[in-house]
Design a protein around this ligand. Sequence first.
Ligand SMILES: *Cc1c(COP(=O)(O)O)cnc(C)c1O
Length: 403
Amino acid sequence: MDYQKFFESKISDLKTEGRYRVFADLERQVGKFPKAKNHYEGGVREITVWCSNDYMGQGQNPVVLDAMHEVIDQCGAGAGGTRNISGTNHYHVLLEEELADLHQTQAALLLGSGWMANMTALSTINAMIPDCVVISDSKNHNSMIEGIRHSKADKKIWKHNDLAHLEEILSSIGTDRPKMVAFESVYSMDGDIAPIKEILDLCDKYNAMSFLDEVHAVGMYGKRGGGVAERDGQMDRVTIIQGTLAKAFGVVGGYIAGTSAMCDFVRSYGAGFIFSSSLPPAIAAGARASIQYLKEHNELRERHQERAATLKRRFTEAGIPVLPSVSHIVPVLVGDAVLCKQASDDLMEIHGIYVQPINYPTVDRGTERLRFTPTPLHSDADMDHLVNAIKEVWGRLGLKAAA
Ligand SMILES: *Cc1c(COP(=O)(O)O)cnc(C)c1O
């Protein structure tokens, strides 16, 4: 076999389908977010980032950077091993305590990323509980799907956020068989939010574990940034809360939180935890400083929600078709893969605005979109610039207006 030919042909498949990914080459600059440098064929230009998951600008918060600098100088670069073999640094221990406090759980367990946390926890728990069945929301993230698949447990898909369908499946399984309901709080492509209380009521009724991915909510919802479950007063009812340190907290890493027994179980049996080197101590220190900071700065969460509401209103007033989101995510429907890419390219090249096109398979065909994520650091002037630019692009490309 000509292996290189094979690789090339698979790449050219993506190109013909219009799904080949081109990365924007960014150079982030402390103190300037959401502005950044963009390296392109013609040189370097300054652009405004409108699709970052650094939702609160914590990636440049001096409190976070100071904590990281200090611990780099104190402990050095890497952790030096897996958690079990010389790689448990005191800053990992402190961070896990901080996370347990954030979610008011007995314990928390740190992993290399949110993806690894989902993969490891879901695969380990559902593989080891005998005859376990997982009921998974149809819009769950890839990392949850992979974790469930890897567990080899029976899997049932429930229609996205559909309580009647969830109950139908739960009642067909019965209360005796072990089961887990796996879902997210904020779904990041549509910006809708799960009915957490009602889902947990069903989990109670049918004796199911609950696994809640709060990746797009931690730091941003709840009085201390514990997520939507905190906001809704449901945090103590969830069996396993999963989150990331890479989005609102602005650093990198993932975790689960819950009982001591559950965390100890994943610590002791989870391959993705056991066999992977732990995060650098400075990362753990930065994440901890970020969590502490966001716990105490609810006004940032208020400003974040205000910015999102303002952008939705301004787009709507301009006739731009905003999809119905109840969160900080502002999705704008284009409905065509080629036009979506074209709109994104024009915004970047003509207007210095960076928003990545979201195409299949991340979203369904025909629902291709631009996904804006305003942060507390996007100013009114940034919004004026964006709204004028998008009106220009919408008119010139003849894109669909709001219904
Ligand atoms: C980004 C994301 C993850 C993965 O988290 P990382 O820390 O980026 O690996 C998990 N779940 C959802 C819903 C996500 O959007």
